[in-house]
Write a protein that binds this ligand. Sequence first.
Ligand code: DX5
Length: 220
Amino acid sequence: PRPISIVPSVLPADFSRLGEECRALEDAGVDRIQWDVMDGCFVPNLTFGPDVIASCRSHVSVPFEAQLMVADPDLLLEGYVDAGCDVVIAHAESTIHLHRTLTKITDLGARAGVALNPATPVSAVEHVLDLVDMVLVMTVNPGFGGQAYIPTMEPKVAEVRALLDQRGLDVDVEVDGGVGPDTVAGAAAAGANLIVAGSALYRDPEGLAHAVADIRSRAE
Ligand code: DX5
């Protein structure tokens, strides 16, 4: 089985102290940090431009991944790569030329990821799996943290994992949305090995390090 990575979303973090919050996450033992990039068009919320991420880059050494929940990712790819994102994830639904978008991410020097909203079938990415380092199966409708996990996405996670294995592709499967102590086991059993969590980590009364260790142990 693929190693489990815990990838916190900084969406619930204190935006007035993002550099410190990134350090706290790194100290808590996370494997990467996910930046939920939202443009107010693709999703009804607005978050981080490249400069915000660039300002946090030097505070930590863990990899950054940018999930581009934006209406036109091609306009923004270079900015997020230059800001220091190691992985840039484009939504399959956000561009009519997904093969070109994913190729451009790699050409810019980052690793490419592709994300699927809950209603989007796995078939939407079956012809680009060779271009990506990871496939993100959203387990909520994107736009906000703190939403309820959609368990009917687990067969979809399993379908992506099976397709990748069938093709012998060394590609991770990530879940994001409503993932916490009570839901991570199902997601991991279905085949997810990159675990994004936001509110579940920040609401643990015993702190971030406990939350990270707890969710990791429940996934393994
Ligand atoms: C949805 C966001 C959230 C966030 C994590 O657009 O992508 O899923 O990362 O939120 P929680 O873990 O609080 O559901």
